[in-house]
Design a protein around this ligand. Structure first.
Ligand SMILES: [Zn+2]
Length: 79
């Protein structure tokens, strides 16, 4: 099982990355997650997305579904 950050830690990373302009803000709703087949890396937390977990494509970038949801919430807070 791949390491997965607790929600508070993901939130901290997302805020930091958006401040550094390493992540764009998400202006639209995130698409529904799909079951990952492996081989993608989460743009938010930097971990490989384990096959069988849910992943979301956000503007051509891949993220764990959990990370994408928090990313979206934090985008709303900024706008
Ligand atoms: Zn992630």
């Amino acid at each position: 099982m791949a390491p997965e950050l607790p929600e508070s830690e993901i939130r901290r990373v997302v805020r930091h990355q958006m401040r550094e302009r390493a992540l764009p803000t998400i202006g639209s709703t995130i698409p529904p997650g799909r079951r990952a087949s492996g081989g993608t890396r989460c743009v938010v937390c930097g971990f490989d997305i384990t096959a069988g977990r849910n992943e979301c494509e956000v503007g051509g970038l891949w993220a764990n579904e959990t990370c994408a949801v928090i990313w979206r919430q934090e985008s709303d807070r900024l706008s």
